[in-house]
Ligand binder design. Structure first.
Ligand code: T4K
Length: 385
């Protein structure tokens, strides 16, 4: 086909379409908050805006505590430490590298268990296989905002006396069986990175109903200080700054419209792409609350093109689709060298990581652009059949 950029035509889009283009609420409100920050000269250290954001995020998730942090990775590290994880912790390999690094960084061994190829989240039976006398915990990841097998993982944690926590970086505003994320396991960790549908520039938080755990994490994120000159706990600097909290407050005000845009985009993609054979779009349980922030297309075995061929063709059109979280953490350094045989037990991880394509969505997209993206995919696939 001569009208495709891979065949020499001009790209469909002059400017690149990114996955993870930030959603930004009212600029005027943000600038007003910034004036308040400057006037008050209160920039960091658990300021009033951080406290307000924590209260609102906790209320939003119907959970007792939200402990805001400077990013999701530090939030993971602090939660892992506050829970007293050590030795080995079972996690999926099919996740963002931060889940594994947050453990390795603290000399804890991430043990990769396989996922379910339909849900893309940890398969409890695979987790069970990986438990040893050194195992202290499990970290489930609510990938794409779809809840992990919460009950299955909790049952294993109870049986083996393990700590269970969740990496909920994708799951802000999502629910499981009618209950908001934040209420499962000992605690759940959110990311507010710029590319997440709810952002604070950089940021993250831990949600928990455990008073003691929340208090420990509050100490840990502020060097262990309890009042002036009084350090009562080991700690680090995990504090969120006021300007980040201000961005969070502004983006919380806009959250319903962002979710509406994401939901609408997802439905347009789903409707258009489900007409094609060889590919499918990952669905969400419409009876739950979803943020629809990731639109994930899966390339089936009957697809006339490989996933990588489709990605190359889309990139040529300036559609910067992504192959998150290929090739799996176990295939990245240092884990590839440390555990060279990990892949032997990760067949579903490989299968899923090799066929996923994440498409641009969010408020930077609209129906017109999405229809161009889907028609390019249609032409690509039809041309090959
Ligand atoms: N656990 C899970 C399951 C996670 O997915 C993540 C983060 C974490 C833990 C850790 O949370 P944080 O410590 O990050 O809070 C992104 C993000 O950097 C990362 O936060 C996120 N997961 C991951 C899934 O995606 P990349 O590889 O997409 O690259 P990045 O950040 O360069 O952004 C992608 C594209 O977005 C850029 O090409 C352009 C666009 N973009 C990006 C930024 C930052 C913008 O248009 N504006 C921007 O400001 O990693």
């Amino acid at each position: 086909m001569g009208d495709l950029a891979i065949n020499g035509a001009a790209p469909a889009f002059e400017q690149p379409l990114h996955v993870g283009r930030p959603n930004i609420g009212s600029r005027d409100s943000f600038l007003a908050y910034a004036e308040t920050i400057f006037d008050s000269r209160w920039l960091s250290n658990n300021g009033p805006m951080v406290q307000e954001l924590e209260q609102r995020v906790a209320d939003y998730h119907d959970v007792k505590h939200c402990v805001a942090m400077c990013n999701g990775t530090v939030a993971l590290e602090i939660a892992i430490r506050a829970l007293g994880l050590e030795g080995e912790v079972v996690i999926p390999s099919y996740t963002f590298i931060a889940t594994a690094h947050a453990l390795h960084w603290q000399a804890i061994t991430p043990v990769f268990a396989d996922i379910d190829s339909v849900t893309h989240t940890l398969d409890p039976d695979a987790v069970r296989q990986m438990i040893t006398p050194r195992t202290s915990g499990i970290i489930g990841v609510h990938l794409w905002g779809r809840a992990s097998a919460v009950e299955g993982l909790q049952a294993i944690a109870d049986e083996y006396d393990l700590k269970l926590m969740f990496d909920a970086a994708h799951a802000f505003g999502c629910s499981h069986k009618g209950q908001m994320i934040g209420n499962f396991g000992a605690c759940e960790v959110l990311s507010f990175h710029a590319t997440k549908f709810f952002n604070t520039f950089e940021g993250g938080a831990v949600l928990t109903n455990d008073d003691e755990l929340a208090e420990t994490m509050r100490l840990m994120r502020n060097f262990g200080f309890s009042g002036l000159d009084n350090v009562i706990h080991p700690g680090t600097n995990g504090k969120m700054i006021e300007v980040s909290a201000a961005m969070g407050l502004v983006n919380l005000d806009a959250i319903d419209s962002v979710i509406d845009a994401n939901r609408y985009n997802y439905h347009v993609y789903h409707e258009e792409l489900s007409k094609l054979t060889g590919i499918s779009v990952l669905t969400f349980d419409e009876t739950e609350r979803n943020n629809y922030q990731y639109v994930v297309m899966e390339v089936g075995e009957d697809c006339p093109m490989t996933r990588d061929q489709i990605i190359i063709a889309l990139h040529a059109e300036n559609i910067l689709a992504r192959k998150y979280f290929w090739p799996g953490c176990h295939n990245m350094k240092p884990y590839r060298q440390l555990y060279p045989h990990a892949g032997l037990l990760l067949a579903n991880t490989k299968k899923v990581a090799d066929r996923g394509i994440v498409l641009p969505t969010g408020t930077a997209m609209d129906t017109g652009r999405i229809r161009v993206v889907t028609s390019i995919i249609r032409v690509l696939l039809t041309d090959k059949t």
